[in-house]
Design a protein around this ligand. Sequence first.
Ligand code: MSP
Length: 652
Amino acid sequence: MPTRNKFYVTTPIYYVNSKPHLGTLYSTILADVTARWNQLKGKEVFFLTGTDEHGQKIAERAEELGKTPQELVDSMVPFYKKMWEKYEIDYNHFIRTTDEDHKAAVVKWIKKLEEQGDIYKAEYTGWYCVPDERFVSVSSEEVEKDENGNYVCPSCSRPLRQISEESYFFRLSAYEEKLLKFYEENPNFITPKERLNEVISFVKSGLKDLSISRKTVKWGIPFPGDPEHTVYVWGDALNNYISAIGYGASDAGSQKNFEFWWPADLHIMGKDIPRFHAVYWPAFLMAAGLPLPKKLLVHGYILMDKQKMSKSLGNVIDPDQLAEWYGVEQVRYYLMRKMSASQDSHFGLKDLEECIASDLANNLGNLLNRTVTLALNNGLETVEPAETWEAQSAALRDKCEEGFRSYWDGMNHYQYHVALGDLWKFISEVNAFFHAQKPWAVAKENKELFAEIISAVSHSLYSIAVMLWPVLPKKMEQLLASLGCELVAGENYEEILRKNVWNKTFVLKKSDTPLFPRPESRVKEEKPEKPAKKEKKKGPETPSEISFDDFVKVELLAGTILTCEPVEGSSKLYKLKVDLGPRGERTIFAGVAKEFKPEDLIDKQGAFVGNLAPRKMMGDVSQGMMLFGKDKEGNFEMVTLSGEVANGTRLS
Ligand code: MSP
């Protein structure tokens, strides 16, 4: 059997009741970076995206607008295509669920399930969430009521509708054991792993058969053999992943295509829809006798500090506006660098501007500019590799290899923000090398050493540009052009860069435009209002001395931070999950979001007050307190232990 050096990656297909926004853009950029990353490894890549066009939500939106559903979806698809084009989303196919070949594939799938007895007709009486297009079981899920006493969707909190209609059911319950076995055998099926645990407990709580048709929804694929019904929109939509590559087509070419690409290597989605992809989709595939996808990457939400955004900046989070102000690739970089693929993350314009100025303009752009300008000003255009490298250059070459390894590892584990953080550490090392070597002074005294320094920096820049290409494709092509190089399609750059052989000859060229111009600030600084003179809060007095007995009442414990998430509606707070060993896991809020990034805290061991009375915070409960101190400059520092001790160890 020939090795199948292929990679098939998908985005969710987007509902077209609204235009693309930062959240949908984020899913799509993640997929684009992943697709390009695999191209860089020399793989043959198929990248699928598209639109989810049937169902009640679209039908109702069309009615509101006085359009037919078909008119509505046809008018919305161009917004998606244009936005993806603007953001350099290099997909291979854009599927629409209204495509004829997709409809034919869904019909084939339903017929197959019917033939083998996986489908039966019955009455569905229950609750439905139209925005999420999902059936909700009020008896077995944690369903709350709103202030008017209406049940609300456990996922999106919008009111549920009660429906009672004849429906076709898929025997999902028959797949419970098989699904559990599959999860057990494939513990890495979902990244991050916590999401798999959620899915497992959902399945273990008992699977009910799933309604897969709607009689009262006319906008959909007619149910084969019973056109009074339409196929339930998720039964229709999930099949896009196979219909797009030829499932259901009768010609030999499509069948071969399907066999080559299926199963998908990666489905990417937000955290609201793993149940559909990790439970229903595998069960549908098992029923159809098809292999299951290899992996799901579930990302968190992009949160906005709403107050700040709406107050001073209006609708600037429109991706078109962002692209115009800051540049497409700068926004791509920020999203990959600052949003953690596995957790919720805050999006902030000020942060975006600082990130572009510091990482891109100062650290990387300036390094390239200084190197090329200095070399050309000293008559050095063609830069040959050194025959033997001086110790400092060899040390930089070793760091380049370390940088490569950690970056590659992070990227391979879909930890893009971590990988980019590591790569920027290496870029800082290259900057430090440049300053320490003082090439501007060496140029006057030692031409050979000068050429070696420029060559060492150019080799480093070359590796950096190749590694960053998936995130910043055109910018890195521009960088490579300044070094007189280009990427070669089909090459396996993992192998090339891993060798870290510095034997390239560079032909330097000054670029007409700076790689990363400094962004003009669009954020209006809000002057802090003078605080009204507050009466000093009367708290408990701090006694100058306390008794030993009082001291030991405070239970100080060692603990490790497992997760760290921003808190919606607060720019200061983080919600931490802390491992306190035998005391279990606790949720603890810490007001340090301005001082630390989540990755600065995750996996760190610190000191916690374990017996503070629980306190309601931001709709949750904080079950303790983390200790921080301030350094000379007034910056917060974590109180840490000099060596690792077992979590839960008492420190007081
Ligand atoms: N049509 C379904 C998917 C069907 S796939 C067979 C759907 N569409 S959607 O348009 O509502 O959402 C698509 C994706 O965008 C989801 O994965 C969702 O999580 C993501 N996002 C929407 N808002 C988001 C943020 N604010 N942040 C990050 N992603 C979020 O669901």
